[in-house]
Design a protein around this ligand. Structure first.
Ligand code: NCD
Length: 303
């Protein structure tokens, strides 16, 4: 991997992705072999927005490599409340840690912050922008369950504000994957993402109904409507609950792998959980070996 920051999935080449995924597979097969790899490493956590999976799996990952975390903690208990800028905050915390993970409500914040620090900086989600490490674990899960070439992936839900969608769509352009997008008109893919995909020559369709493409899908990636990003609550209520999947929806789709970055609200009914389609908890668990692999590479592990 050439760069030592991970701010957008657009920067990841096929080789970068395969290097991380292969390392993650080796780690998952023999985690004990990596237990002391980064015994002195400290990972700085700067989370300006709520997080369960990203924060906890990064913590688990660095600890399973023998290292530890230094955590800024909740924003309202930090000097951010005194008016400190993000640029100053990251410049201070880089002196306490060997790598940083930043989650922030502003799109572009991770790219901006990476210019102020010399240690590796990882974007853990920047507003409605990108979430590249979620994409790496999504790709890992997809590769294990459906393979990554010659497949058709449907992405459904909030394609406008969903940063996991934007990262995934970009990363999939490295593979022979047909992309099908299913959403209400008001939440379709941002045009800048759509035009990027067109420039890459992606076989792409946008639909309002899942039934239009369900038969053709190998993977269906469902996302939550990102309530917190809507400027107007009424707009949210107009689309909330529109795109739901239950076991009956999937009855005819025999081989379909169903994924979701989580948290889910009501997009996937509980009766899907026990079916062979459901891969979302496995997907969340894959966050640990994948983030171990990424940290190992960024912190200088050779193999
Ligand atoms: C996602 C996020 O924060 O973008 N969560 C996650 O990291 N798995 C998805 C979401 O919040 O809907």
């Amino acid at each position: 991997m050439e760069q030592d920051y991970i701010t957008s999935a657009r920067e990841l080449s096929r080789t970068d992705i395969e290097t991380v995924l292969d390392r993650a597979r080796a780690i998952a097969a023999d985690p004990g072999a990596y237990a002391d790899r980064h015994a002195d490493a400290l990972l700085g956590l700067l989370f300006f927005e709520p997080s369960t999976r990203t924060k906890m799996s990064f913590s688990a990952a660095i600890k399973r490599l023998g290292g530890d975390i230094v955590d800024m903690g909740p924003v309202d208990a930090s000097s951010v409340t005194k008016g400190e800028t993000l640029a100053d905050t990251v410049r201070v915390i880089e002196g306490y840690a060997d790598a940083l993970v930043l989650r922030h409500p502003s799109e572009g914040s991770a790219a901006m912050a990476s210019e102020f620090v010399d240690v590796p900086l990882i974007n853990g989600g920047d507003g409605a922008g990108q979430h590249p490490t979620q994409t790496l674990l999504d790709l890992y899960t997809m590769r294990e369950n459906a393979g990554l070439d010659g497949i058709t992936v449907g992405v459904m839900g909030d394609l406008k504000y969903g940063r996991t969608v934007h990262s995934l769509a970009h990363a999939l352009t490295n593979f022979d994957v047909r992309q099908r997008f299913i959403s209400p008109e008001s939440l379709r893919l941002p045009r800048k993402v759509r035009y990027d995909l067109d420039d890459e020559g992606v076989d792409l369709e946008e639909h309002a109904e899942l039934s239009a493409v369900l038969d053709s899908l190998d993977v269906l990636y469902v996302t939550r409507i990102q309530k917190e990003r809507f400027p107007d609550e009424r707009e949210y209520r107009a689309v909330a609950g529109e795109y739901q999947v239950d076991a009956a929806t999937l009855e005819a789709a025999e081989e379909l792998t169903l994924m979701h970055p989580l948290p889910r609200v009501d997009e996937i009914a509980a009766d899907v959980d026990e079916t062979d389609h459901a891969r979302y908890f496995e997907q969340a668990h894959n966050g640990v070996p994948v983030r171990m692999a990424l940290l190992d590479i960024l912190l200088g592990g050779t193999r």
